[in-house]
Each structure stands twice: as structure tokens, then as C-alpha cells.
Design a protein around this ligand. Structure first.
Ligand code: ADP
Ligand code: MG
Length: 244
């Protein structure tokens, strides 16, 4: 098991001094090889939960166990992709991606090699020395993916990574991501995808946790049954269908 989240509560103090309960007893586990979906309305606490998993804020109660250890600070091997990649405009694609590796203290040659590989993998080969302003929104988000993948994270946390893109660009990026995932090319072991898009959740996830709001809690868990919609993207499946 990659991640075990047990009875997580989170509240924030409001300006008037009272407490706002945002997460009310969240339990979920992520196994190796799974894409887990968190589907819920805006304000249901999905991003807050990701921040707790990433160790960016502490839970008010409950525990998050990542690879057997309780998360109390940002753990190694957890990377995030956000709705907006927030790239540094004065840095090239390569430099932006290399930043993802800064904390690891690797030799500069290895940093460069790994960044080039991640950029290539995510479909931006040839754009290493481009600046963010020269890229489309979809390409900028690809840089966001490369910056997260370059650390070879055990868990990739994705917070509505496709929701700022136009529908067709989002579809292309989702498909490319899923192709790489099904081919075992991504250097990651598990994914948590936050979304408010039902189709996206069904297409991409193995299990979907439905969040209710005020306060955020899991009201349902859905296992996406076989044949998984993702199978449509599997080349062998495609070949089979063509031969029928
Ligand atoms: P979602 O990602 O599902 O849209 P969020 O986790 O962003 O939801 O927010 C859930 C609730 O928590 C919202 O009401 C939001 O205003 C509140 N919230 C989130 N972060 C903070 C914070 N740092 N301080 C106070 N309130 C917060
Ligand atoms: Mg959010």
C-alpha cells in the first residue's frame, strides 16, 4: 500500500475566531498501480486533502501513512500537478523542469539528463530551450507534468490538471497521460486525481471517491468495472476490436 489515510479531520479558524470544519473523517487508501479519483464540488475540501497528503499543512486529527511512515512534513516521492503550472517566465522549459529536482541534490549532469528525459516523455521534445510565453496552454501544462515526473515520484497528486485547458486539448493530454500510464512508461507508482468532471473521473480512475460538501466527507466509493473505459486506449484492445 502506498498511502493510508485514516480518519482525517481538518478545520480552519475563521476571522471571527470560530472553526470551519473542512474535512470530516476521511478514510482512503491508495495501492500501487492505482489511479484514485476524488470527485466533488468546489469547496468540498479536495485540494485541502491533497495539501495534507503532500505534507504542506498538518491535519487537525487523524493520520496519513505514506509507505509506512506518518506524514508530518513534505515527504520525498510525492509530486503535484496543479490547474495552472505557474512556470517561471524568465526560465526555459528545461530550466523550469530542472527546478523540480533542485531539492534532491543530484549532480548537474544527472539533473539535466533526467529533465530532458521527462520533457521528451511528455511530448515536448525539441522545446527544451523555449520560454513559457512561446508555448500554448496545453504545452505549458505538459511542462507542469514534466516538472512533477522528473522526480520519479511514488505518488503523483493532480489537482484538476486539465480543467484550465480547452476541451480538445484536455482530451489530448488525458489520452497521452493514460497511454504512458498503461504502457508503464511513467516513473510513478500511484496517482490521486482531483476533478469535478465526472467523465474524466470515469475515464481515468480505477476507484472514485465521491466527496460531499460542508463539511467535506466521502459519501461514496465507486470501483470502475471492467472492461475499463481506459481499455479503449490500449493498443492491443484496439487491434482486437479491429479484427472482430
Ligand atoms: P476544493 O478543492 O474541493 O474546491 P478546498 O480544499 O480548496 O476545496 O477548500 C475547502 C474549504 O476550505 C473552502 O471553504 C475553503 O475556503 C476553505 N479553506 C481552504 N484552505 C483554507 C485556508 N488556508 N484557510 C481558511 N480556509 C481555507
Ligand atoms: Mg480545489
Amino acid at each position: 500500500m502506498l498511502l493510508d489515510i485514516h480518519e482525517i479531520h481538518k478545520s480552519f479558524r475563521k476571522p471571527d475566531g470560530s472553526e470551519l470544519l473542512v474535512l470530516d473523517g476521511i478514510n482512503l487508501a491508495v495501492n500501487k498501480g492505482e489511479i484514485i479519483g476524488l470527485l466533488g464540488r468546489s469547496g468540498s475540501g479536495k485540494s485541502t486533502l491533497l495539501r495534507l497528503i503532500a505534507g504542506l499543512a498538518p491535519p487537525s486529527a487523524g493520520s496519513i501513512i505514506y509507505l509506512g511512515n506518518e506524514v508530518t512534513a513534505p515527504p520525498p516521492g510525492v509530486a503535484m500537478v496543479f490547474q495552472n503550472p505557474a512556470l517561471f517566465p524568465w526560465l526555459t522549459v528545461l530550466e523550469n523542469v530542472q527546478l523540480g529536482l533542485e531539492a534532491l541534490g543530484l549532480p548537474i549532469n544527472e539533473v539535466r539528463q533526467r529533465a530532458i528525459k521527462a520533457i521528451d516523455l511528455i511530448g515536448l521534445d525539441g522545446f527544451e530551450s523555449a520560454y513559457p510565453r512561446e508555448l500554448s496552454g496545453g504545452m505549458r501544462q505538459r511542462v507542469g507534468f514534466a516538472r512533477a515526473l522528473v522526480v520519479h515520484p511514488n505518488i503523483l497528486l493532480m489537482d484538476e490538471p486539465f480543467s484550465a485547458l480547452d476541451v480538445l486539448t484536455a482530451e489530448t493530454l488525458r489520452t497521452d497521460f493514460l497511454d504512458l500510464w498503461s504502457e508503464g512508461q511513467l516513473p510513478i507508482k500511484g496517482v490521486i486525481l482531483v476533478t469535478h468532471n465526472i467523465e474524466e473521473a470515469v475515464l481515468m480512475c480505477d476507484r472514485i471517491f465521491i466527496f460531499g460538501s460542508n463539511p467535506g466527507r466521502i459519501i461514496n466509493e465507486i470501483k470502475v468495472e471492467l472492461p475499463h473505459p481506459r481499455a479503449r486506449l490500449d493498443p492491443t484492445f484496439r487491434d482486437l476490436v479491429e479484427r472482430i
